[in-house]
Design a protein around this ligand. Structure first.
Ligand code: NDP
Ligand code: GDR
Length: 371
C-alpha cells in the first residue's frame, strides 16, 4: 500500500505540482477544493480520474480552511500519512483589503488542521507540512535570511502566517507531533497565479510582443526577490516530511533580483531590449532594440509605466535566502535557475497569448485583466 496524502490548496500552483509529484511516487492523493460558481480546477484537470472507469488514486473533496467540522470529518475519513497545508489567501497586497479573512484562513486555518489531527488521535500517524513563507522576514533584519533570522512581518498576510508558523512549532513541542514549517522563498512557474508580479510580467510581455497590447503597469520596481521554480520547491516539501526529525527549513536559491530586471529578462527572451527612464512614480520603460523579426516593435515605444496603485502600505524590500541547512541535511538542490524559470514562463505565455491572438483575430474578446 502506498502512502496517503491530504493536500489543502490543491487547486493552487503548488498544490497542482505537488499532486503530480506525489502521484508519480505512488501516493493516494486527496485534495481540498473550494466550492466555486465557476470551475476552479484548471491546474489539476489533467490529473482528474473518472471514478466510473478508472482505478482512482486522486480524490477531490469540498471544504474550506474556515470550516473546522469539515476539516475534522475529512481528516477522519482520509486518515492521511501526510498533510500538506498549502491553502491560503496568498496575495500579500490583497491581504491589506481583507485582513480579517486572511487571519482566519491562513492563521486559524492552520490551527484547525493541527487540532483536527490531535483531536482524532492521529499525532503518531500523520506528519504535517505547513506552507510558511519568507514574508515572515519582512523588514530587513539581516541578509541572507536563514532559520535563525528574526521575523518582522509587514502585511496582514505575513502576520497571519507568523501565527501559523508558531502554532505549528507549539503543537510539535506540546503534543510531540511531526509538524514542520517550510519557510519557502518566492517560487514561480507557468501556472503561477496571474496577479503575482512574475506572471503579470510574462503575460503582459507576451501580449505586447504579439501586438495585442501596448503597455502595462507595475508598482515598486526596486523590490528584490529570491525567485525559484515551483517544481523544485514542491520536491522539497516532500523531502521535509521524509526527514528523521521534524524541523523548520528555509528553501531558497540564495540569489536576489529586482523586479525591473525580471522585466528586462522577460523582454530579452523575445529579443527585445529595454531602457528604463525616470524615477519612482515617473519611471517608464522604452524599447531600444528589437532583434526578433517575429515581433515588430517600434524603437522608442513605451511599454511599461509605474502606477502607484500597486504600491503596498508597507513593503518587503529585500529577500535573499540561505538554504544551506536544507542542502546539507536533506541534500536538496535546485534544478532550475532564474534564466530557466523566465524561459519556461515566457514560452508558455507566448503560446497562451498566441491562442488568444487567434481568437481576437476572429473577433472574439479574450480575458485581458491585469491586477
Ligand atoms: P495559490 O494562491 O496558487 O493557491 C492557494 C490555494 O489555496 C488555492 O488552491 C486556493 O483555492 C486555496 N485556498 C485559498 N483560500 C482557501 C480557503 N479559505 N479554504 C480552502 N482553500 C483555500 O498559492 P501557491 O500555490 O503559490 O502557494 C501555496 C502556499 O504556499 C500558500 O499557503 C502560500 O501562502 C504559500 N507560499 C507560497 C509561496 C510562493 O512563492 N508561491 C512562497 C511561500 C509560501 P482557489 O483555487 O479556490 O482559490
Ligand atoms: P510577494 O509576491 O508579495 O513577494 O508574495 P508578488 O509577486 O505579489 O510581489 C513581489 C514584489 O513585486 C512588487 N510588485 C508587484 N507585485 C504585484 N503582485 N503586482 C504588481 O503590479 C507589482 N509591481 C511591483 C511587489 O510590491 C513585491 O515587492 C509571494 C506570494 O506567493 C506569497 O504567498 C508568498 O508567501 C511570498 O511570495 C513568498
Amino acid at each position: 500500500m502506498g502512502k496517503v496524502a491530504f493536500i489543502t490548496g490543491v487547486t493552487g500552483q503548488d498544490g497542482a505540482y505537488l499532486s503530480e509529484f506525489l502521484l508519480k511516487k505512488g501516493y493516494e492523493v486527496h485534495g481540498l477544493k473550494r466550492r466555486s460558481s465557476l470551475f476552479n480546477t484548471d491546474r489539476i484537470d489533467h490529473l482528474y480520474q473518472d471514478p466510473h472507469v478508472d482505478h482512482q488514486n486522486f480524490y477531490l473533496h469540498y471544504g474550506d480552511m474556515t470550516d473546522s467540522t469539515n476539516l475534522i470529518r475529512l481528516i477522519k475519513e482520509i486518515q492521511p500519512d501526510e498533510i500538506y497545508n498549502l491553502a491560503a489567501m496568498s496575495h500579500v497586497a490583497v491581504s491589506f483589503e481583507i485582513p480579517e479573512y486572511t487571519g482566519n484562513a491562513d492563521g486559524l486555518g492552520t490551527l484547525r488542521i493541527l487540532d483536527a489531527v490531535r483531536l482524532l488521535g492521529l499525532e503518531e500517524k500523520t506528519r504535517i507540512y505547513q506552507a510558511s513563507t519568507s514574508e515572515l522576514y519582512g523588514k530587513v533584519q539581516e541578509v541572507p535570511q536563514s532559520e535563525t533570522t528574526p521575523f518582522y512581518p509587514r502585511s496582514p498576510y505575513a502576520v497571519a502566517k507568523m501565527y501559523a508558523y508558531w502554532i505549528t512549532v507549539n503543537y510539535r513541542e506540546a503534543y510531540n507531533m511531526y509538524a514542520c514549517n517550510g519557510i519557502l522563498f518566492n517560487h514561480e512557474s507557468p501556472i503561477r497565479g496571474e496577479t503575482f508580479v512574475t506572471r503579470k510580467i510574462t503575460r503582459a510581455v507576451s501580449r505586447i510582443a504579439l501586438g495585442l497590447q501596448d503597455k502595462f503597469y507595475l508598482g515598486n520596481l526596486d523590490a528584490q526577490r529570491d525567485w525559484g521554480h515551483a517544481k523544485d520547491y514542491v520536491r522539497m516539501m516532500w523531502m521535509i516530511l521524509q526527514a528523521d526529525e521534524a524541523e523548520d527549513w528555509v528553501i531558497a536559491t540564495g540569489k536576489t533580483t529586482r523586479i525591473r530586471d525580471f522585466v528586462k529578462m522577460s523582454f530579452a527572451e523575445v529579443g527585445i531590449t529595454l531602457e528604463f527612464k525616470g524615477e519612482g512614480e515617473d519611471e517608464k520603460a522604452f524599447v531600444v532594440q528589437c532583434d526578433n523579426p517575429k515581433y515588430q516593435l517600434e524603437i522608442g515605444k513605451e511599454v511599461l509605466a509605474v502606477d502607484a496603485r500597486y504600491f503596498r502600505p508597507t513593503e518587503v524590500e529585500l529577500l535573499i535566502g540561505d538554504a544551506s541547512k536544507a542542502k546539507k541535511k536533506l541534500g536538496w538542490e535546485c534544478q532550475y535557475d532564474l534564466n530557466d524559470l523566465v524561459k519556461d514562463m515566457m514560452e508558455s505565455d507566448i503560446k497562451l497569448m498566441t491562442e488568444q491572438q487567434y481568437l481576437e483575430d476572429g473577433g472574439y474578446k479574450t480575458m485581458n485583466y491585469f491586477e
